[in-house]
Design a binder for this molecule. Structure first.
Ligand code: GLN
Ligand code: ZN
Length: 751
């Protein structure tokens, strides 16, 4: 029996790849230096996996930027606008990040979420003229690199159907492109086979989705064409139950199948018995996406009967690539011992597989029983439960989820309270986070700046942000969020039931990594979090200052969440904490409160059949934290992503008084979702892209607003940027916001 891995984090245990990439992009280091860092990371990763007892370590899981982009390069499907760029690596980064030259500007490819994870991939751009030009050089050289280090490897590639499914193709049916992709993949497979590897893992995670018949037929065509004696293909599925497609899967001429048994509970045991008798069956039994130590005894009990039937035909692995997991728990020196004993990161997950293998082969559970003891302690630890929170959840009534007045009544009292002009202007919350601000926070955290000094520095920044906004002439001001490193981590630091790590970074995209809080117990708020900052900000101005909070679904989605209770319950607990904060803000005289929910769409389950239930509890959580205010208190929400189609009913049901969204990058095109079902409350379509340093001209903003007016009634429209300004410079920000305010004034003059 083998234990194998589907993929390992590529950022390096101290984010070496991030720093090497950024230094290379800034022109401070050479391509050689970058390649060297990359090969060191690969070597360390393989070594770590081999030492942990992994029999087959993946190769091909490394990427400078993204593994979907790697597949695009493997297939030579470079979008036209980048083809003139000669150097391979410059071309790769141009696709990922765009390229500005004196005479032209090439926009980057679109980025979107990889299934329901927080990892973003670069969307392949395919068109009718798409010409495939296979280039396996990089992959083959990495296979040889592993071999030269005596690592037993299994190359990993994304399968053709998942690749197509995730791509953007505007000229008709994506499956028409298969004629071109099949021979390309045949060549890739042949090239890999020549290296002498016994196994090739082909990832087809779309099997976890609902698929139309034409896609299932296409699987048959493809994989029949790939049949070869030269290498054995392991078809890897993950991110959910695949039982609905088993009739298709079992007829594919592959040599093995990987099944994720963790993400969705389903009867995989009965599936295993239906699969061809010569197949290797790989069971993904360790959660590749969360950080909890596995109860190996329970896994043993499930897997052992299968082992008795399959023997060496059984492999064990993580549920999916460990890309989504932080690297090494050993680096965490500040977590308390008990919490630490509940966790396992990527390295520890590999070790868990080895322990499990030993137990199964020796039929002796002594070691795994000892190892897994803390899992059981966690489930009964007083630390994870808070009776008061449980009681509050149990005693919630329907009225807790509903504002007492309708939007049209609220609109009247809010107007009396706020007295805002037509086309009110505001921002999404954060203002430029300069090096100075970051340094102040870091010094305070390290104990080098006293709390008093820290407070006075942050207050200085708040005062600065308020003055600038008054000078610019904005209508609803913000305090600028200078005290926050990150909108989720900040609340994670303050809420009980949550812990923050030092090094548990996970790649979000390219060089960007996030460090999700760990929600290990019942969540509660012990004391006000943002109120003092907001009170101070409001004391400086007669204009309304908007309080800024992160919503329950976003905190939940961007954290590592406990797996012993339903996510819907955790979200209600977070909602209660936020609700208390909302109440305190209101009491402190803050009349406008924004609760950000940028993650509400990505948290939606992949399978359509599971979406209705999610929609219900997500809506309830938001309404729980936002509904108990007076009618005159104005609730805003903000979300940024460019597609609302499936989630529109949820967005409407949140019943926020004002919703600000990202629209400028699509040129307001995405407002068309409201053609059929208008947004019933106020809407602030973003009028400029905050990702770019370019200052939007007034003319351009005005043109976008003119478009927005076609969809949104003038009494309901707000004027704001696409998202927060924290990554921008002050100089750009002042100019951009001034142009935005002037555009709003120009419109007001017209009505
Ligand atoms: N209030 C946050 C900010 O302005 C919102 C960030 C987000 O939507 N991602 O930074
Ligand atoms: Zn945003």
């Amino acid at each position: 029996m083998k234990v194998h891995n589907l993929g390992f984090p590529r950022i390096g245990s101290k984010r070496e790849l991030k720093f090497a990439l950024e230094s290379f992009w800034q022109g401070n280091s050479s391509q050689n230096a970058l390649e060297k860092t990359a090969s060191n990371i690969r070597r360390d990763n393989w070594q770590l996996q081999v030492n942990a007892g992994i029999d087959l370590a993946p190769v091909g899981d490394f990427a400078f930027y993204d593994h979907v982009l790697n597949t695009t390069l493997l297939l030579g499907l470079v979008p036209k606008r980048f083809r003139d760029i000669e150097n391979d690596i410059d071309r790769e980064f141009a696709i990922a990040r765009g390229k500005q030259t004196a005479c032209s500007s090439c926009a980057a490819s679109d980025m979107t979420k990889w299934f329901d994870t927080n990892y973003h991939y670069l969307v392949p751009e395919l068109d009718a003229e798409t010409e495939v030009k296979v280039n396996t050089q990089r992959l083959i050289s990495q296979i040889n690199e592993a071999k030269s280090q005596a690592v037993n490897t299994k190359p990993v590639i994304i399968g053709p159907l998942t690749y197509l499914y995730l791509s953007d193709y505007k000229n008709g049916n994506k499956l028409d492109l298969l004629d071109a992709l099949i021979p390309a993949y045949q060549q890739i497979i042949a090239d890999i086979a020549k290296t002498g590897c016994e196994w090739l893992q082909i990832d087809e995670p779309i099997f976890a989705l609902e698929l139309e018949k034409q896609w299932l037929d296409a699987f048959k065509t493809c994989y029949q064409a790939f049949e070869t004696d030269d290498i054995r293909i392991l078809l890897a599925t993950y991110f959910g139950d695949i039982s609905q497609h088993i009739e298709c899967i079992k007829r594919l001429p592959v040599a093995g199948l990987h099944i994720d048994t963790v993400t969705e509970p389903f009867d995989w045991q009965s599936i295993v018995t239906q699969l061809p008798g010569h197949w290797i069956i790989s069971l993904g039994v360790i959660d590749g996406r969360n950080i909890w130590k596995t109860d190996l005894v329970s896994v043993y009990q499930q897997v052992n009967p299968v082992y008795r039937i399959l023997n060496e035909r059984l492999w064990l692995g993580p549920s999916c690539s460990l890309l989504h997991s932080p690297i090494d728990l050993m680096l965490e020196t500040e977590l308390d011992k008990e919490l630490n004993s509940w966790l396992a990161f990527a390295k520890q997950k590999c070790q868990e597989l080895d322990l499990l293998k030993d137990a199964i082969i020796s039929q002796n559970t002594e070691t795994i029983t000892r190892y897994s003891a803390p899992v059981l302690t966690r489930l009964t630890s007083p630390r994870i439960s808070n009776v008061k929170v449980r009681q509050r959840i149990d005693s919630l009534k329907p009225t807790d989820f509903k504002r007492s007045q309708t939007f049209s009544d609220r609109k009247i009292v809010q107007q009396q309270a706020l007295n805002l002009p037509l086309f009110p202007t505001t921002t999404i919350g954060s203002f430029p986070q300069t090096g100075d601000i970051r340094a102040i926070r870091a010094q305070h955290k390290q104990g080098r700046l006293s709390s008093l000094d820290y407070q006075s520095e942050i207050r200085k920044e708040i005062a600065h942000v308020i003055t600038e906004q008054e000078n610019i002439g904005l209508d609803v001001l913000v305090h600028g969020e200078p005290e926050r490193t990150d909108m989720v981590e900040y609340f994670g630091e303050q809420l009980s039931g949550c812990a923050i790590t030092q090094f548990a970074w996970v790649q979000s995209y390219g060089s960007r990594c996030v460090k999700p809080p760990i929600i290990y117990g019942d969540v509660s708020r012990e004391k006000p979090i943002t109120v003092e900052w907001l009170k101070y900000a409001q004391s400086l101005t007669r204009k309304p200052v908007k309080g800024m909070l992160t919503g329950p679904i976003t905190i939940l989605s961007w954290s590592f969440v406990r797996n012993d209770i339903e996510r819907s319950v955790v979200s209600n607990q977070i909602a209660l904490a936020i609700k208390d904060e909302v109440a305190d803000l209101e009491k402190a005289g803050i009349g406008v409160i924004q609760i950000d929910e940028p993650a509400i769409k990505e948290a939606m389950p992949l399978k359509k059949s599971r979406q209705a239930k999610y929609s219900e509890w997500a809506t309830k959580a938001f309404r729980l934290c936002s509904s108990s205010v007076k009618g005159s208190t104005q609730i805003h929400s903000h979300m940024c992503y460019s597609e609302f189609n499936d989630i529109l009913p949820v967005i409407i049901a949140l019943d926020a008084d004002v919703l600000t969204i990202e629209t400028s990058r699509s040129n307001m095109a995405i407002l068309s979702v409201f053609d059929e079902q208008p947004y019933p409350n106020d809407l602030g379509p973003g009028v400029y892209d905050i990702h770019s340093p370019n200052v939007p001209e007034q003319r351009w903003i005005k043109q976008l607003l003119d478009k927005a007016i076609e969809t949104i009634p003038i009494d309901n429209i707000w004027v704001n940027p696409d998202c927060g300004l924290k990554t921008r410079q002050w100089s750009e920000t002042k100019l951009a916001l001034s142009n935005m305010v002037s555009s709003a004034k120009e419109l007001r003059a017209r009505y």
